[in-house]
Unconditional design. Structure first.
Length: 279
């Protein structure tokens, strides 16, 4: 496994692999790797000749009062995980390498970037779309793996890839959860033991909602889940919405494939989760 810190160097290496006929898989991450990330890595190792994991806590996707500085950065452990899981290259650029002082270009995916998480984190998806575009160009990836845990992000990246004619194919990957249902997230490390227990109500309410989706009205399904979420002590719901799994438009009674997606603060930690619901 090779660790590369410079974008141009990785791009040169990636071009060589392309010329050799290798297929390249990319897993963009912010590090603090867990089983969720590992599931993406495993898929790439199986599908691709070369697997590149990027580890970059991307400052341009964090708002001014968000957790950029305190975001966990266990570099040594992350590198061990990558090595153990047969990653070929870890791309770990500095902020200055990705976003030098004179950087002026940003990618925006209109409308989709402004709803749900985007309504509460105004610069977030612009930062995500910009860094992912750069990573696609730098890595020359044939395939890039994204978790359905960040469902809005996945949809935005799919749209961006289509609109900007990137050759990279997007591979959506299912949410990995703890046995108790809690969706794995690097931010779970912020939770106290008590908050962790309380957070289980998020996945529980989503699971119940998905069961009732076939037989009850959307309003009833949503109301019940929101009531359960509201009962979590010291919590605040940013949003709880049932949307079309295709384009994130609001679901209605004719929607066959919906996603119930929520963002909930438990204490000082913002958790997101979602569940697919089909008729
Ligand atoms: P992050 O490091 O949080 O930016 O996540 C990097 C990638 O891993 C994104 O595509 C996430 O959607 C994905 N990911 C994070 N948590 C999970 C999870 N619990 N299950 C599946 N994928 C995940």
């Amino acid at each position: 496994m090779k660790v590369i810190k410079d974008a141009l160097q990785l791009q040169k290496v990636a071009f060589k692999h392309l010329i050799n006929g290798d297929e390249i898989g990319l897993i963009p991450t912010m590090g603090a790797l867990h089983e969720g990330h590992i599931s993406l890595i495993e898929k790439s190792v199986k599908n691709d000749d070369i697997t590149i994991v990027s580890i970059f806590v991307n400052p341009v996707q964090f708002g001014p009062n968000e957790d950029y500085l305190k975001y966990p950065r266990p570099i040594k452990k992350d590198l061990e995980i990558c090595k153990r899981n047969h990653v070929d290259y870890v791309f770990m650029p500095s902020v200055n390498n990705m976003f030098p002082q004179d950087h002026k270009t940003f990618v925006e995916v209109k409308t989709l970037q402004d709803i749900m998480c985007g309504a509460f984190r105004p610069v977030h998806f612009r930062g995500v779309a910009t860094v992912v575009s750069k990573l696609f160009n730098i890595s020359c990836a044939d395939r890039a793996y994204f978790g359905m845990k960040d469902f809005q992000q996945l949809k935005i990246i799919e749209k961006m890839t289509k609109d900007l004619n990137f050759r990279t194919k997007i591979v959506p990957c299912p949410i990995v959860r703890e046995k108790n249902g809690l969706a794995l997230s690097s931010r779970n490390s912020y939770l106290s033991d008590e908050e962790r227990l309380l957070s289980l109500n998020i996945s529980k309410s989503l699971k119940e909602a998905a069961k009732e989706f076939k037989n009850k009205s959307l309003n009833a399904v949503k109301k019940k889940a929101v009531n359960k979420l509201k009962k979590i002590p010291n919590s605040k719901i940013d949003y709880a919405e049932i949307v079309s799994a295709d384009d994130l438009s609001p679901a209605d009674k004719n929607t066959k494939r919906a996603v119930f997606t929520v963002a909930v603060w438990v204490g000082k930690t913002r958790l997101i989760d979602n569940i697919q619901m089909t008729k």
